[in-house]
Design a protein around this ligand. Structure first.
Ligand code: BTN
Length: 262
């Protein structure tokens, strides 16, 4: 079902957040909620506006990929944030969003969801949710757009996604209400975001490590044209992925694409 104006009010009433959900705007269809959030960024200095849409015609994933946005069965949401942080720390907001997202999904899913670095949430080894963080400057207003997509009640996926994507409904055999999931996520995000701004990334990294099952697994890490093979060890205090290469050397990666080999 499409979201109604009562849904918007319900979401806002459930939020006890200081930063996120100050204002919630709902659309039936947009190109990309991240792009709408970017446009809003140019209009105001306040943070916390949430853009929610029933579907997206040009939903975006990382690395120029598209995000499959079937109408009314998934959550497609972006938040405008204005952290007072040095530029190099902004990438860490993806980890903050990931911890809030995995906690929210696990409030409802019987099958436990896990984080895969840097921005994926997996259920039974397939992707159930993703995060796209974009650093933006619009009309001299700078900020971070945190976009999240959750496959909630999808019954099937297009053929090209069937091996890699899943939904909460497909893995649990039940349909989930989207509104409580949205409010849990926004409240968790607010908590994590405040802790990040006050105490740095360390508490988030600790939570991230507890909610990932990729450590100890053999992975491939691709950065541009280079691929490294080895074992995922942990996220270090800066949120970089530490990997022990097959030749024994340990390297910490700040970016890259990870594939699980087993
Ligand atoms: C990824 O895993 O590659 C990131 C997926 C992010 C998808 C969400 S859906 C809401 C927001 N708007 C977009 O266009 N993308 C993000």
């Amino acid at each position: 079902m499409a979201y109604s104006q009562e849904d918007r009010q319900w979401i806002q009433n459930q939020l006890n957040a200081e930063h996120t959900g100050r204002k919630v705007v709902i659309y039936n269809s947009v190109d990309s909620t991240n792009d709408i959030a970017k446009r809003l960024l140019g209009e105001s200095d306040k943070e916390g506006t949430v853009i929610l849409s029933c579907t997206q015609t040009q939903g975006k994933g990382r690395q120029g990929r598209s995000w499959y946005s079937e109408e009314n069965v998934g959550i497609y949401l972006s938040i405008v944030l204005k952290p007072s942080l040095p530029f190099e720390q902004v990438a860490q907001i993806t980890l903050v969003g990931g911890v809030a997202l995995v906690k929210a999904i696990n409030e409802f899913s019987q099958t436990r969801a896990y984080l895969k670095w840097p921005n994926d949430i997996l259920l039974n080894g397939k992707k159930v949710a993703g995060i796209l963080t974009e650093n933006c400057l619009n009309n001299a207003h700078s900020g971070v757009i945190l976009g999240i997509g959750i496959n909630v009640n999808h019954a099937r996926f297009p053929v090209h996604l069937q091996q890699i994507a899943t939904s909460m409904a497909m893995e649990n055999g039940e349909i989930f209400e989207r509104l409580p999931l949205i409010t849990f996520f926004l409240n968790h995000l607010d908590e994590e975001y405040q802790s990040f701004q006050n105490e740095g990334i360390s508490p988030t990294v600790h939570q991230w490590n507890m909610n990932s099952d990729m450590f100890g697994k053999h992975i491939s890490m691709t950065q541009g044209t280079q691929t490294f093979l080895g074992t995922a060890i942990k996220l270090n205090e800066e949120g970089q992925l530490v990997m022990q290469l097959d030749d024994g050397e340990e390297i910490a990666f700040s970016s890259g694409e990870v594939a699980l080999m087993e």
